[in-house]
Design a protein around this ligand. Structure first.
Ligand SMILES: Nc1nc2c(ncn2[C@@H]2O[C@H](COP(=O)(O)OP(=O)(O)O)[C@@H](O)[C@H]2O)c(=O)[nH]1
Ligand SMILES: [Mg+2]
Length: 236
């Protein structure tokens, strides 16, 4: 099996080497790091990893405006054009998503087009989040499901595994969201295309190193995007 894990990074110098070790210990897994010109030198650390693991770690250095959505677009399009991966995964680089779960997600993708690592399948499986962050995320998921009629328990999780052919059917290049809303936009498109969407439970552990990039602009976009999706059929 050939699995490519796409990981966006912005100021993750302490976390990235540990994440890479966790991913690469699985046979057949490769890593595509999409760094947004991190001021803390994460890009150089990513280049070191690529040198240490030739053929298994690749790095994209983005220039121009930074953004999680834009990084995913660039990374996922690259993952599709390189053309060798059977499964394409996405995950955060701050160790909130434990790479130990990857084989479970990939196994579930044998019978699904998309598998989501969900924090909300068995109650709330989040460690070290302050109460307000739990409420915010739980509210966001209810809000999104109510407006869009999406059914997964965790519509904003960035821990996902796509069957390659399914990902190739999505209009990725035309997606417009820039922050976390990008994840909802992808899911909405997958659902409208009738894709089989599965979930496996994960325990999400808040980062120990570095800082969250959650901003009020990104939150506002997440509030508006579900309405754009239902009224326009896409985010554009
Ligand atoms: N390339 C890139 N990665 C980003 C950007 N913002 C966040 N990330 C990455 O996306 C993942 C999730 O971000 P994080 O700030 O931890 O969000 P939180 O977990 O919701 O608080 C991490 O791997 C970040 O390094 C960005 O603007 N560009
Ligand atoms: Mg995080």
């Amino acid at each position: 099996m050939n699995i490519l894990v796409v990981v966006p990074t912005y100021n993750e110098r302490e976390n990235l080497p540990l994440l890479a070790a966790g991913v690469l210990k699985h046979d057949g897994y490769r890593l595509l790091i999409v760094d947004d010109g991190s001021p803390d030198g994460t890009g150089a650390i990513a280049d070191d990893l690529a040198r240490q693991h030739p053929g298994r770690v690749e790095v994209m250095h983005r220039t121009g405006p930074r953004g999680l959505g834009r990084s995913y677009i660039d990374g996922l399009l690259r993952a599709l054009t390189e053309g060798t991966a059977d499964y394409i995964c996405q995950m955060d680089s701050d160790l909130s998503h434990n790479p130990e779960y990857l084989p479970e997600l990939v196994a579930a993708a044998a019978t699904n087009d998309l598998v989501i690592g969900s924090r909300y399948l068995n109650g709330v499986s989040v460690v070290n989040w302050p109460l307000h962050r739990i409420f915010l995320s739980a509210f966001a998921n209810r809000y999104i499901r109510l407006i869009t009629s999406l059914s997964p328990s965790d519509c904003t999780s960035g821990f996902r595994c796509w069957r390659r052919e399914a990902l190739a059917r999505l209009p990725i290049a035309g997606m417009v969201s820039d922050g976390y809303a990008f994840l909802v936009e992808m899911l909405y498109n997958a659902s409208r295309l009738g894709m089989r969407i599965g979930e496996v439970p994960i325990i999400f552990v808040e980062r120990r190193q570095g800082q969250s990039k959650l901003s009020s602009g990104v939150l506002l976009e997440s509030l508006v995007m579900p309405w754009r999706l239902v009224f326009r059929g896409s985010g554009s």
